[in-house]
Design a protein around this ligand. Structure first.
Ligand code: GLN
Ligand code: ZN
Length: 775
């Protein structure tokens, strides 16, 4: 039995990758220095894994930006618009032309260039974002990067024999999208052209003496059509023929194989990796379908969450597989790459953020590697006394967690038991609420204006928060400063002429972390960074216990803001699904249950805001769509509880109180009926970049409630002109009833500067006025 790892976090324990890459971008270091720093990081990762006792350590899992972009470079899928940079780039220090690579990732704007970046999208259902490959009908492929070979040699030179990681040809094509192509062209049509490059790569790896290659085909965990099935068969037939010495470990994750088991189990490969954390029940069926002689890699340690593994339970699966396949055909591993985990729990020493008791239940990447080794020794009966002790303590931590008072709260449990459908309903349907709200709020009946919540978070504002956190300024002083910022913002909004005002969210660093800090059941880390994309990271909160709201969170700020103006001020909350999606969640209860506990906490806040005289409350759900399960058949159950959670949080108010929600860029077509079921009085979303195209779903569905399609892109400092905004509003008014429309930017303004924010909003208000006059 051997242990292996699918991928190690590449950010470095001190966020080293971010620092060094950004220094390169800023021109502070040259390619050689970048290369040297990155090399030492990789060496550290390899040796850490080897020292943890991992038998097969991965290579080529590292990336300067993104592994899909690496693959595009590897097979030469460089879009035409970067060819000029590519030709200009001549120094060959790195394994591939990195300036071209970074231009593909981020675009390039200087005196000589103005080239757009490639698109970015979510990596399956994780919060990692990858660069979307572009494929044209006349696409050619050729190997342009020696990274996969160089890293193998690099690791070997420091004494670590690795298993190169490679995204498989079918998934690679499926991850991309067609560009400049007729409708009847599909990217899988390129498979025949792509396979020779893969064949060459594999035969080169073989000639270098590589034993195993981890070839990843995560699409085997998704719903696939017949053409895709055929593509898989053809691809692996060809690749299998090429290299008789090299062993292919066909790797899947994030979902069970389900009806693709027959297909995957018959592909001519040497091993199959399956995710037994996401889909533990598939083990028996997989064993039955596996061709003789194929090794099975059991993904028994959760690569996406931060809890200790129940080793006894994992050992049962291992034993079951070992009995039927034989020990020598078993590998054990994390369920997926540890890219989705923070690096090292040992760094977390601040008990005010992460209580010692909670920390004892947790494992980050390094701890998970230790679990793997322990598990192997346990399963193979070569257990030292010391290991026995470790194992015992480990299991004791897990059973303590099950009993801990930190986790279980009786009053939350009781409330959860007493949920009923009445709690999910407003008093009256939307059309009866509409008039009452208009009167109550006193905003224009046509094209009322508002914003999405946050306003520029200047370094000054951020410093107040950090000074307060560090105890450098008193609570009183801090609160006075925030109030001062609110005063100023209220004045500015009145001057600009906005109708529904906001308080600006100056007290928040992050829309999820802020609520987590005020709810019970959440803990935080100081160093628990996870790569989000490129050099960007996130530090998700940890939900460890029953969630409730000990005391009001935002009421203080919203009512202060309301006291400063006669115009209505909108309360601003984050929704239950988004808080869930952007946190590490409990593994001892369903996501649904956790979402509903969060919803109850928000419901309390909504009730208190209304009580305090707030007449409109926005509950942001930008992550609503990204919570969709990977397999279609699981969509409905998710959508049912996700909508229920939103309604649980929001419907407690009187008819005259207006509920808003906000979602960022997202496709609504296939979920529009569920968006309607949210029954928010107003939904605002990002539509300006798509030129209002995203409204189509609402039009087709005959969406009844009010809509605020974003009329300008807040991701850019550009000030939109009044006429530009009018033309977007006209587009919207062409297809929707004018009385349904709100006027607002695409999203919050927190990353913008005041210089562009004020004129942009003035133009927006002017556009709304002109629209009203035209009616
Ligand atoms: N209210 C939040 C803000 O304005 C919404 C952020 C988001 O949608 N991501 O910042
Ligand atoms: Zn948004």
């Amino acid at each position: 039995m051997i242990t292996h790892n699918l991928g190690y976090p590449r950010i470095g324990i001190n966020r080293d990758l971010k620092k060094v890459v950004e220094r390169y971008w800023n021109g502070e270091i040259d390619k050689r220095t970048l290369d040297e720093s990155v090399s030492s990081l990789k060496v550290m990762h390899w040796t850490t894994q080897k020292n943890a006792g991992i038998d097969m350590v991965p290579s080529n899992d590292f990336s300067l930006y993104d592994q899909v972009l690496d693959t595009a470079m590897l097979v030469g899928a460089v879009p035409e618009r970067y060819k000029k940079i590519f030709q200009e780039e001549d120094d060959k220090i790195y394994s591939y032309p990195i300036d071209t690579y970074f231009a593909m990732a981020r675009g390039l704007q200087d005196e000589d260039h103005d080239i757009a970046a490639m698109e970015m999208t979510k990596w399956f259902n994780t919060n990692y974002h990858y660069i979307v490959p572009e494929f044209t009908p006349d696409q050619e492929f050729q190997c342009l990067s020696s990274k996969i070979f160089d890293e193998y040699e690099e690791a070997k030179s420091v004494g670590v024999i690795t298993k190169p990681v490679l995204i498989g040809p079918v998934s690679f094509l499926l991850l991309g999208k067609e560009k400049d192509a007729p409708d009847d062209f599909h990217r899988l049509d390129l498979l025949d052209k792509l396979l020779p490059v893969y064949q060459n790569i594999l035969s080169k790896l073989q000639s270098m003496g590589v034993e195993w290659v981890q070839i990843e085909e995560p699409f085997l965990g998704l719903d696939i059509d017949e053409d895709t099935e055929i593509a898989f068969q053809q691809a692996y037939q060809k690749l299998g023929e090429e290299c008789s010495e090299l062993k292919l470990l066909l790797t899947t994750y994030f979902e069970g194989l389900e009806d693709n088991i027959g297909l995957a189990g018959k592909l001519p490969v040497d091993g199959l990796h399956v995710d037994l954390v996401e889909a533990p029940d598939q083990l028996g069926t997989i064993i039955d379908h596996l061709d003789e002689g194929i090794s099975l890699s059991l993904g028994v340690i959760d690569g996406r969450n931060i809890w200790k593994t129940n080793l006894e339970k994992a050992a049962e699966s291992i034993q079951q597989a070992a009995e039927q396949l034989g020990n020598d055909k078993i590998m054990i591993a994390p369920s997926c790459s540890l890219l989705h985990c923070p690096v090292d729990l040992e760094r977390e020493t601040d008990e005010t953020a992460l209580p010692a008791e909670v920390k004892r239940w947790m494992a980050f990447a390094n701890q998970k590697l230790d679990e793997l080794t322990l598990l192997k020794n346990y399963a193979s009966d070569s257990f030292s006394e010391e290991e026995q002790q470790l194992f015992k303590e480990h299991q004791a931590d897990i059973s303590d967690k099950g009993k801990s008072e930190l986790v279980h709260n009786n009053s939350v449990q009781q409330r959860m038991q007493s949920l009923d459908d009445e709690m999910l309903k407003r008093d009256h349907p939307y059309n009866e609420r509409k008039e009452q709200q208009e009167e109550h709020l006193n905003v224009p009946g046509l094209f009322p204006t508002t914003t999405i919540g946050s306003f520029p978070q200047t370094s000054e504002v951020r410093k107040w928060r950090s000074d307060f956190r560090k105890g450098k300024i008193s609570k009183k002083e801090y609160e006075e400063r925030i109030e001062g910022a609110i005063d100023e913002l209220i004045n500015r909004q009145e001057e600009i002429g906005l109708d529904l005002l906001v308080h600006g969210e100056f007290e928040r660093n992050d829309m999820v972390e802020y609520f987590g800090e005020h709810f019970a059941g959440f803990a935080f880390t100081r160093h628990g960074w996870v790569q989000s994309y490129g050099t960007r990271g996130v530090k998700p909160p940890i939900i460890y216990g029953d969630v409730h709201r000990p005391e009001p969170v935002t009421v203080r700020w919203s009512s202060y803001a309301q006291s400063q103006t006669d115009k209505p001020v909108k309360g601003m909350l984050t929704g239950p699904v988004t808080i869930l999606q952007w946190s590490f969640v409990r593994d001892d209860q369903s996501r649904e249950e956790t979402a509903k506990q969060i919803a109850l906490a928000i419901r309390d806040e909504v009730e208190d805001l209304e009580e305090a005289g707030i007449q409109a409350i926005q509950i942001d759900e930008p992550a609503f769509r990204e919570g969709l399960p990977l397999r279609r058949k699981n969509w409905d159950p998710y959508l049912k509880w996700a909508v229920d959670a939103f309604r649980l949080a929001s419907t407690v108010v009187k008819d005259c109180t207006q509920i808003h929600t906000h979602m960022c860029y997202s496709e609504f077509n296939d979920i529009i009926e569920h968006i309607a079921r949210l029954d928010a009085d107003v939904i605002s979303m990002e539509t300006s970049r798509s030129q209002m195209e995203l409204l189509e779903a609402f039009v087709e569905f005959d969406y009844p409630n009010e809509i605020g399609p974003g009329v300008y892109d807040i991701h850019s400092p550009r000030v939109p002109s009044t006429s530009e905004i009018i033309s977007l509003l006209e587009k919207a008014a062409d297809v929707l009833d004018s009385s349904q429309l709100w006027v607002n930017p695409d999203c919050g303004l927190k990353t913008r500067g005041w210089e562009e924010t004020v004129p942009s909003l003035k133009n927006m208000v002017a556009a709304a006025k002109q629209m009203r006059e035209k009616q």
